[in-house]
Design a protein around this ligand. Structure first.
Ligand SMILES: Cc1cc2nc3c(=O)[nH]c(=O)nc-3n(C[C@H](O)[C@H](O)[C@H](O)COP(=O)(O)OP(=O)(O)OC[C@H]3O[C@@H](n4cnc5c(N)ncnc54)[C@H](O)[C@@H]3O)c2cc1C
Length: 394
């Protein structure tokens, strides 16, 4: 059984096989897989609770509809874990498999969607439906007449990122030290080797330390002597509490042409859209921009015009706005594996996909740590060449 607590002098100095820095969804998932593999793990989280930074800003949606084989494989594995989560951990993560619907109004939209689906099928994802605009409107009558094509996958959907994080944590055998920031690294004599972490409460000695610190991954790695090419960029989530026009059985609807997206949440909805933003330092509290709600509502009204009937009646009190940071590598894939410094490992930089990829990413990290997989089997290793592709950022 895991323990989540504020440690005191009786717990320090502590030792473990693995220290995990950061108690977001990635740190919690890492603890789950590490302790299942027999490691003694301690998670060190600077906040008073788990999943309070980027994880809490997430729309908590998941999809296997990627274009890249490595991402499709990660997501097929993660979704299978989510589907089996209650049996695996005893936790109810509020799974909603209402699908992801990508739509386009492009003239050549059908050909583009067809090419996407063919690529997905070639990469082992054979349950994505290709729809004409008319087929899509017959299934989802609230779609705009301008939509020329769509792709849909029923097993995509969303969950509760809070329940997922605590589900991993509670089902792990790790200790979670909250209110305990890492402020330095223990080194082995004059060697560069990392052998633990320093906190204001004392040291925790471990042969392996992994950084799962979300936007703080790069400054922590730098403290250890490793430079990471990461960028943090602000992203918003808008919440609308309740409205009778919102179809509660709708899927996540994504504008393939712009990236604007929404999905139902209870009797309301949540919205997201990656807007151009300058990169910034990691932030404990990410300020919100109240121009975002109007922009994103206009954005989704283009593909689902019933929003035009909702917008004029909205009051600010109906809306909730939060922001967090995407932490991204140049190729927008995570960093999973060893650094050049012995004892220091990474499982971080998941951008907009940390909730959905948490299971497969943490499983991959733990297998890599245990020497169970070869270099060729880890597309996300830290020393890879970043191939900057054209990837849709949601
Ligand atoms: C608006 C928005 C929408 C999103 N929507 C989705 C989505 O629909 N689906 C999806 O899969 N992903 C989504 N994401 C991305 C997802 O939220 C992140 O990829 C994921 O939460 C990253 O988890 P993490 O554990 O790496 O980071 P975090 O949740 O940031 O956790 C890192 C933890 O490390 C702790 N920490 C930092 N420094 C230290 C230190 N020195 N000592 C101790 N602890 C430390 C922090 O306090 C924090 O708790 C979204 C993100 C945003 C911002």
């Amino acid at each position: 059984m895991s323990q989540i607590f504020i440690p005191d002098a009786t717990n320090f100095p502590a030792t473990a096989d693995l220290v995990i820095i950061g108690g977001g969804v990635i740190g919690a998932a890492t603890a789950f897989y590490a302790t299942r593999a027999g490691m003694r793990a301690i998670v060190v989280e600077k906040r008073a609770a788990l999943g309070e930074l980027t994880t809490s800003a997430s729309l908590a949606a998941f999809r296997a509809q990627f274009a890249e084989p490595e991402n499709i494989a990660m997501m097929q594995e993660s979704i299978a874990v989510f589907e089996n989560f209650a049996a695996l951990t005893g936790a109810d993560i509020g799974l909603h498999q209402q699908g992801y619907l990508f739509v386009t109004t492009a003239e050549d939209g059908y050909a583009k969607c067809k090419a996407r689906v063919e690529l997905q099928r070639a990469n082992g994802l054979d349950d994505v439906e290709l729809l004409t605009g008319d087929d899509a409107r017959a299934r989802f009558p609230y779609l705009a007449p301008e939509i020329t094509a769509a792709t849909f996958r029923q097993r995509d959907g969303w969950l509760s990122s809070h329940e997922l994080t605590y589900g991993y944590a509670r089902a792990s055998a790790a200790q979670f030290f909250v209110d305990t920031p890492v402020i330095g690294f223990c080194r082995d004599g004059r060697e560069a080797k990392i052998v633990g972490v320093v906190t204001p409460r004392g040291e925790i000695r471990a042969a392996r330390v992994v950084i799962c610190a979300g936007p703080y991954a790069a400054p922590l790695a730098q403290m250890a002597g490793v430079e990471l090419e990461l960028q943090n960029t602000r992203r918003h989530q808008l919440t609308l509490g309740k409205h009778s026009l919102i179809p509660r059985d709708a899927p996540m609807v994504v504008d393939l042409d712009t990236g604007a997206h929404w999905r139902p949440e209870g009797q309301g909805a949540v919205f997201g859209w990656s807007q151009p933003e300058p990169p910034s330092e990691p932030l404990e509290y990410v300020p919100t921009d109240w121009e975002f709600p109007a922009r994103v509502l206009d954005g989704v009204a283009r593909i689902t015009p019933f929003w035009n009937d909702v917008i004029p009646h909205l009051k600010r009190a109906d809306l909730g706005l939060v922001a967090g940071q995407y932490t991204e590598t140049p190729d927008l894939n995570p960093l999973i594996g060893a650094t050049q410094i012995e004892g220091l490992w990474l499982n971080c930089a998941y951008g907009g996909h940390g909730v959905m990829m948490s299971a497969a990413g943490a499983r991959l990290f733990v297998d890599w740590l245990g020497g169970k997989i070869s270099v060729a089997e880890n597309s996300f290793r830290v020393d890879r060449d970043f191939r900057v592709g054209e990837k849709m950022v949601l």
